[in-house]
Design a protein around this ligand. Sequence first.
Ligand code: NI
Length: 159
Amino acid sequence: MLRQASSAIETVDSDVVKLAKDMFETMYAAPGIGLAAVQVGVPRQMLVLDVADDDETPRPITMINPKILETSDTLRTHEEGCLSIPDFKLDVSRPDWVRVSYLDLEGKSQELRTDGLLATAVQHEIDHLNGKLIIDFLSRLKRDIVIRRFKKQARDATS
Ligand code: NI
């Protein structure tokens, strides 16, 4: 399922609000700084983010049908993990800042221009909506090694 493209959300209704609430719970429990709906088995275009540190006031952001409008030419490299790929981290270079449009939980159009960790997290989560994972930044050979290890872990967990 993680490889499929998520479909757009047509109406921001109470089911969507409920899903966002569940996603925040899952993300904070993990703990993680971002989560896409497809990661909880719902292939719809929604993601939640919160890059605040533990000792800061939470800064939850929900993005519905997010679209990247503009990105910087300059890159930022960050060691990324993914809640769907346990025990795996990878240095990924992405545009340093992005400008994104999306709908909020009230169905209103919003636009955000952000940099730093939030820019990295937004791009990571939008990749999920397109079926893309951080292992896709690896060479074919290294990716196959990770996938083999991952499949073995899944087999061992169920046997
Ligand atoms: Ni991820």
